[in-house]
Design a protein around this ligand. Structure first.
Ligand code: FMN
Length: 317
């Protein structure tokens, strides 16, 4: 059975989503949570880790992720997460957003191998939990990983998750599979592939091309079609009761965010955000997305979604 991991998408795959997803769909074995940033100084407020409290994450094993370019601050936050019961911590070396990258964080660190080496040295000496990294091919160019691989290979990493784009590509353009094929055999640690898996056939093709990959991470493809992981695991078996299952999942999301956010407007905004993804996995999704975006009240939104599920909902795969 392929090892499928839910990708971290900040603003989407938080605890509410992870729990609701796992209650209604199958196929995902674990999740990497969206990043939390390391904090200067030594005091970590509980609110900083609110989405990672173990009692709120009962459904799916979670690997927390840290965005940091400071060794001691990383260790401090990682240790606080280990104290909560987590065993593996993921280091974000891929975030492409200019605000992050310009501060030499996320993919912004990739052009500085000696800095990454220095940070890994500090972190691996001071942090006794398991450490993994999630990275891209580089910030500006796919060549950058070349000089990073010997560094990664020297440290006891649990695994390395690779999204084969550069940082400046953001999420656009194609994933660079030939660069991925070039790097894969050089990496000493288990490799997780991540990027643009939107269909079971894409998955089958990638698995055939890269038998050395240890696990697969699904992000936007799974948000667009929450049945995707099940379909991959099911090897072509039909998925039953999609409408009812999506309706129950959607109701759980709304209930979860209604508990978490103050006021229906915030819940509506969050749900509208999800339609950016939901709409790309369904028939006539653009139309439904536009309809949803015009709505300004949560009760009207819920009515519109109920009607859509009853009359129209049909997934592309
Ligand atoms: C809105 C959004 C938020 C994201 N947040 C994170 C994050 O917090 N940490 C991270 O490592 N990657 C983050 N990513 C990147 C995804 O985890 C993933 O690498 C990327 O979407 C490519 O995989 P996919 O094609 O399966 O979606 C984010 C991506 C998007 C679109």
């Amino acid at each position: 059975m392929p090892h499928l991991i839910l990708a971290p998408l900040r603003g989407f795959t938080d605890g509410v989503f992870r729990n609701a997803f796992q209650r209604h769909f199958g196929g995902i074995i674990e999740a990497v949570a969206p990043f939390v940033t390391s904090i200067k100084g030594r005091r970590i407020k509980p609110s900083h880790l609110a989405d990672l409290m173990p009692e709120d994450n009962p459904q799916l094993p979670v690997v927390p992720q840290i965005l940091s370019n400071h060794g001691e601050d990383f260790i401090c936050l990682a240790n606080a997460l280990v104290d909560l019961g987590y065993t593996e911590i993921n280091w974000n070396l891929g975030c492409p957003y200019p605000m992050v990258a310009k501060k030499k964080r996320g993919s912004g660190l990739l052009p500085f191998p000696e800095e990454i080496d220095r940070l890994l040295e500090i972190i691996c000496r001071g942090f006794s939990g398991k450490l993994s990294v999630k990275t891209r091919l580089g910030r500006f160019s796919a060549d950058e990983l070349e000089s990073l691989i010997p560094i990664f290979n020297r440290y006891p990493l649990e695994r390395i998750i690779i999204h084969p784009r550069t940082g400046v590509q953001m999420y656009d353009g194609r994933v660079d599979l030939s660069a991925f094929a070039h790097y894969l055999p050089q990496l000493a640690h288990p490799v997780v592939y991540n990027g643009d898996i939107h269909h079971p056939l894409t998955f089958t093709s990638l698995m055939a091309q890269f038998p050395g990959v240890a696990a697969w991470m699904l992000g936007r493809g799974l948000l667009a079609n929450p049945f995707l992981a099940e379909m991959i695991q099911g090897g072509g078996a039909p998925v039953e009761n999609r409408r009812q299952r999506f309706a129950a999942f959607h109701a759980d999301l709304v209930a979860g965010y209604s508990e978490r956010f103050y006021g229906p407007g915030h819940v509506l905004d969050r749900m509208k955000g999800f339609w950016g993804y939901f709409s790309s996995g369904v028939m006539n999704g653009r139309r439904m997305r536009k309809r949803v975006h015009k709505i300004s009240r949560l009760d009207r939104y819920l009515d519109a979604v109920a009607v859509w599920i009853e009359d129209e909902a049909s997934w592309l795969t």
